[in-house]
Ligand binder design. Structure first.
Ligand code: FAD
Length: 411
């Protein structure tokens, strides 16, 4: 286990207390308000104000400037806090630590001009607006960004954007004001320099929301996954983020922390699922035995504990590498946790569904939603297979194969 400094442990204890005493007891009320149609539940807004006043704000952004509000936790220090937030699907937002705003803020911190920061980063840090990241397109296999078709074309002092995107999480939410979009700005350039990132105001003429996509038949109004079109969207030339043609590399820089934070939160959610499995199996009997007395139940719980603790250590290792050597040098560890945690998450959620029996597939426990979120996590931020391909490639380049001849000698 990685040792955390006292400052991080003290913040974690404060978050734990606020979560347990203020946030968790409001869960039923939050769901009631969502069922009543509130896309920004008033209870969540009130808790956000409280968390901000306590300074428990922007905890997932290690690179905050001196004037920017929030706690300057390293990625490793954030791991414990993120686990607490992961216990409830809406808790991260209370502390302004939610996706996709956090990775979008990281991107703006790294590459935005002072004017772009004033327009977009500052209100995001204050929690006044929301944002989306639009890369994936329905018409092409988007796990390979070379396939993307959205066009960004120069027209005098403007760029004109045309394309169709989907699964741009949060783009359809009422709070969303900024869409960071990836598109082709120079189709004749070498593959890695064809694309650029542009900052598109959500309400710019030509930005049209097509639909809010369901995930396994569940359509969320608070966490929307949006299909949208850009039709002749005209943006001033200063709405390009970073260097023209550097969109692919910048998108990669965004994904390291994004994947890490999803993994941390999943671990917190799986802790809840293990607790629920233990409780449920102690409460029910079949064929004269409590369900926790069956070997199959014990294996389900034990394997979940083993796999979860393995994943926590891997995630801490990846966070430590991200803090110490940076996003590019940590990419093997990031891909490793993306595969390992998503699979563990899916397996733990699957076991929880099974142990709850019919109740497990309803919305009366967190198990069904966890299962659907975990299954989706094996696809978003890069499908398993693409990460396995990356790990294998980096493993081959990390290896020193020059001195193995003696092991292969037969006598
Ligand atoms: C809940 C959710 C939220 C999302 N949020 C966002 C968001 O905010 N912004 C955004 O831009 N996108 C988002 N996405 C989209 C997501 O990032 C893409 O779905 C993902 O990158 C895969 O692209 P694709 O769907 O086009 O699949 P494809 O590229 O068509 O791939 C389909 C399948 O092909 C196989 N495959 C692909 N490449 C390989 C390979 N190298 N080796 C072996 N098999 C391979 C895999 O099985 C893969 O799952 C989200 C998706 C989901 C489900």
């Amino acid at each position: 286990m990685f040792e955390l400094p006292g400052k991080a442990l003290a913040i974690q204890a404060q978050v734990e207390q606020f979560f347990t005493q203020q946030v968790l007891p409001m869960n039923a009320q939050w769901h009631e308000q969502v069922r009543a149609g509130h896309v920004q539940p008033p209870i969540e807004a009130a808790l956000r104000e409280q968390a901000k006043a306590l300074g428990l704000w922007n905890m997932a952004l290690p690179r905050l400037a001196d004037h920017e509000p929030g706690l300057r936790l390293t990625n490793l220090e954030f791991t414990g806090v993120a686990e607490v937030l992961g216990r409830l699907e809406w808790a991260s937002k209370v502390f302004n630590c939610h996706a996709p705003d956090v990775p979008n803020m990281e991107l703006l911190q790294l590459f935005a001009t002072p004017a772009q920061k004033a327009q977009w980063l500052n209100p995001l840090l204050a929690g006044d607006i929301g944002s989306a990241f639009a890369m994936t397109e329905p018409d092409v296999a988007s796990s390979d960004p070379v396939n993307l078709q959205t066009r960004i074309e120069k027209d005098g002092e403007f760029y004109v954007v045309n394309g169709r995107k989907w699964f741009a999480s949060n783009a359809g939410h009422a709070a969303c004001e900024l869409i960071i979009a990836l598109g082709v700005s120079d189709p004749s350039a070498p593959k890695s320099q064809r694309q650029s990132l542009v900052l598109i105001p959500r309400h710019a003429p030509g930005v049209d929301i097509v639909r809010n996509l369901p995930v396994f038949d569940h359509t969320s109004i608070t966490n929307t996954h949006t299909e949208l079109t850009f039709t002749n969207v005209r943006i001033p030339a200063d709405h390009v983020l970073g260097e023209l043609g550097a969109g692919f590399a910048m998108g990669q820089a965004r994904l390291g922390p994004a994947r890490l934070h999803h993994c941390m939160r999943a671990i917190g959610e799986c802790e809840v699922l293990i607790s629920l499995m233990v409780k449920r199996s102690q409460e029910r009997t079949t064929f004269g035995k409590r369900i926790d007395e069956y070997g199959a139940t014990q294996a389900a719980i034990s394997l979940s504990r083993i796999e979860l603790d393995q994943c926590r250590l891997l995630v801490q290792q990846a966070a430590h590498r991200l803090d110490t050597v940076g996003n590019k040098a940590a990419r093997k560890q990031i891909s490793m946790i993306k595969v390992a945690v998503a699979r563990m998450y899916q397996d733990v959620a699957d076991r929880a569904v099974q142990l709850y029996g019919a109740k497990g597939v309803t919305g009366d426990t967190p198990a069904a939603r966890a299962f659907s979120r975990a299954r989706a996590f094996r696809i978003y931020d890069g499908p398993d297979e693409v990460h396995l391909q990356t790990i294998a490639r980096l493993e081959a380049s990390d290896q020193d194969l020059t001195n193995l001849a003696h092991y292969l000698a037969q006598g």
